[in-house]
Write a protein that binds this ligand. Structure first.
Ligand code: IMP
Length: 186
């Protein structure tokens, strides 16, 4: 499949991410102090690197679970329709829950997931998002904790992809197109 050529310009360094993750984990540890167990729910697939780093800095008993919601597919725009592709393995009724998201863009994904999980009666449910694009928001949802607010740019790296590529980049960079063929971008 032909791809429109692009380069990735570094936006947030691996060092800055690590420092911010450590600070977020401290706040989360403080907020849930005394919990018997914190269920950390990673939204697949974009949060897998973030959640791996975050849980290792959280000083609480932790259970890790994953949920996959449909997102952009291979496109760069939200479909607005959110479907659950993979549900949690565990129960969250009466539990302390932290939802971990890579990016809050329009907010439709998080809004849908939070409503679904709240309907299962958790004791407490908070959200930690690595990135937030506030200028793109189309719902009232807001994460409890946000790593970085970023402008309206398409970003990749640190678990975040463009058409399943670039998840293994250690930093976060923005996609800048250089070529003419955009058959793969939309
Ligand atoms: P929302 O439902 O519009 O908030 O979209 C959230 C999801 O879209 C994120 O979890 C990402 O999977 C994806 N997404 C949003 N912005 C970007 C981006 O800049 N790069 C890659 N994926 C993105």
């Amino acid at each position: 499949m032909p791809h429109r050529a692009y380069v990735i310009d570094e936006m947030i360094s691996a060092k800055s991410i690590a420092a911010r993750v450590e600070a977020l984990a401290k706040e989360i540890t403080r907020a849930f102090q005394g919990t018997d167990k914190l269920v950390v729910v990673g939204l697949l697939r974009g949060s897998f690197v973030f959640i791996a780093d975050l849980v290792r800095e959280i000083d609480l008993p932790v259970e890790v679970d994953f949920l996959e919601a449909s997102s952009y597919g291979d496109a760069m725009e939200s479909s607005r329709e959110v479907r659950i592709l993979k549900d949690l393995r565990g129960e969250i009724s009466g539990r302390d829950v932290l939802v971990v998201e890579d990016i809050v863009d329009t907010g439709f994904t998080l809004h849908h997931v939070v409503n679904l999980l709240r309907s299962r009666g958790p004791k407490r449910l908070e959200v930690c998002a690595l990135l937030d694009k506030p200028s793109r928001r189309e719902t009232a949802i807001k994460a409890t904790w946000t790593g970085f607010e970023i402008p309206d740019e398409f970003v990749v790296g640190y678990g975040i992809d463009f058409a399943q590529r670039n998840r293994n980049l250690p930093h976060i960079g923005k996609v800048r197109f250089t070529g003419e063929d955009d058959s793969a971008a939309r």
